[in-house]
Design a protein around this ligand. Structure first.
Ligand SMILES: Cc1ncc(COP(=O)(O)O)c(C=O)c1O
Length: 397
């Protein structure tokens, strides 16, 4: 037997990220406007960059404490408390991870046993699914498309009751990648009330918390701290995806065990990146709000433009994604439609089918300049006008 055939069996059922593969594929097309990737187009704020440079120049090139530099843990705890009324002890309940991704990996690895089930509402950022599988546990996908992409308390309760005793954790991500959906205080309270009735961990990925429009962001760190493993970080709020700094917060007894997985996986997050994140939380807690104001303008423009072009979509309440239903004239095969859009309209967006239960949709990232978005929307409109059924519809009107 080839050695490669004798590796962890769960890997056989896992595929590389379709989002990255599709992005690579369409990047070959000349003059294409890419609205594909999930990261801010802004630069990291200058004061944060200066802190990173200073850290390197002062030779802070040594290992950091495994759970993070104490000052950063304190600044992160203050950030969560001041912004979201979520209270954690910096020295025992906060871990600085390698991006939110590192936190998701450590949290799931620390809680899952083979045979456990993990409820994952979909469409959602796919990462939780392979990590669940790699731990020998089973992802149970709950389709939220009929409920405006949110979990309803009734359906969640029914699922948890049906699977009583088997479900180890429920994953929540809000605002949600790719749909932009998020919960009001009332909606989240109702979901938290259900979760409280069941003996489950809640992995609450709130990495887009600073990018919520028109309403407050309410955290499960406030509503359900005893069961919640909260994930946040500076990737989206401070345009720092490449720095790879995330924050995990959980009750002490839980955090201490997750800290061991984190320690044995990565030792610690990069020291200079942590010092940059410290500057971000301490002296720029509202940096994200400036970017948010810009995203909001782009959101309004993109939503209106897509609707005019014939796409149906909910107005995203957060994130920088628009998740739109593909017009009937184009069919429902999102990969085929996105390839066609990329080749003929020269606009690249992510096929909905890259996300479970997302077929029939496209995800457009408006983390791009207004100039690019204006050109992209005008190209999409021109493309749609050439589609036979669209022309017929327009003539009928
Ligand atoms: C919902 C969600 N969680 C986590 C991440 C990854 O965050 P990080 O870059 O901090 O690892 C992403 C990135 O797109 C995301 O969309």
């Amino acid at each position: 037997m080839a050695l490669a055939d004798n590796m962890k069996q769960e890997l056989a059922g896992i595929k590389p990220s379709e989002i990255l593969a599709f992005n690579e594929e369409i990047s070959q097309i000349p003059d294409v406007i890419k609205l594909t990737l999930g990261e801010p187009d802004f630069n990291t704020p200058e004061h944060v960059k200066s802190a990173a440079i200073k850290s390197i120049e002062e030779n802070h090139s040594h290992y950091a404490p495994s759970s993070g530099i104490p000052a950063l843990r304190k600044a992160a705890a203050d950030f969560l408390a001041n912004k979201y009324n979520a209270h954690y002890d910096p020295s025992s309940e906060i871990i600085v991870t390698v991006g939110a991704t590192g936190g998701i990996y450590s949290a799931l690895t620390a809680i899952l046993n083979p045979g456990d089930e993990v409820i994952i509402p979909v469409p959602i950022f796919p990462l939780y699914i392979p990590i669940t599988s790699l731990n020998g546990a089973t992802p149970v996908l709950m389709d939220t498309t009929a409920d405006n992409f949110l979990l309803t308390p009734e359906k969640l309760d029914a699922e948890l009751t049906k699977r009583d005793g088997k479900v180890k954790a429920v994953v929540m991500n809000f605002p949600t990648n790719p749909t932009g959906a998020t919960y009001t205080r009332e909606e989240l309270t109702a979901v938290a009330d259900v979760l409280r009735q069941h003996d489950v961990f809640v992995i609450s990925d709130e990495i887009y918390s600073e990018l919520v429009f028109d309403q407050e962001h309410v955290s499960l760190g406030e509503l359900l701290p005893e069961q919640t493993i909260l994930l946040n970080g500076v990737s989206k709020s401070h345009a720092m995806t490449g720095y790879r700094v995330g924050i995990l917060a959980a009750p002490k007894a839980i955090a201490q065990k997750i800290a061991m997985v984190h320690q044995f996986t990565v030792t610690s997050a990069t020291t200079s990146s942590q010092e940059a994140a410290l500057e971000a939380f301490q002296n720029g807690p509202d940096d994200g709000l400036v970017m948010k104001a810009e995203y909001e303008k782009r959101r309004d423009f993109v939503v209106a433009g897509l609707r005019e072009a014939g796409f149906e979509l909910e107005t995203p309440r957060g994130t920088f994604y628009a998740f739109a239903k593909i017009p009937a004239a184009l069919g429902t095969d999102s990969f085929a439609v996105c390839r066609q859009l990329a080749k003929e309209a020269k606009v690249a967006v992510i096929p909905g089918a890259s996300f479970p239960a997302g077929e029939g949709h496209i995800r457009l990232s408006f983390a791009a300049s207004m100039t690019d978005l204006e050109e992209a929307i005008s190209r999409i409109k021109a493309f749609m006008a050439t589609q036979p059924q669209t022309v017929e519809m327009m003539e009928a009107n």
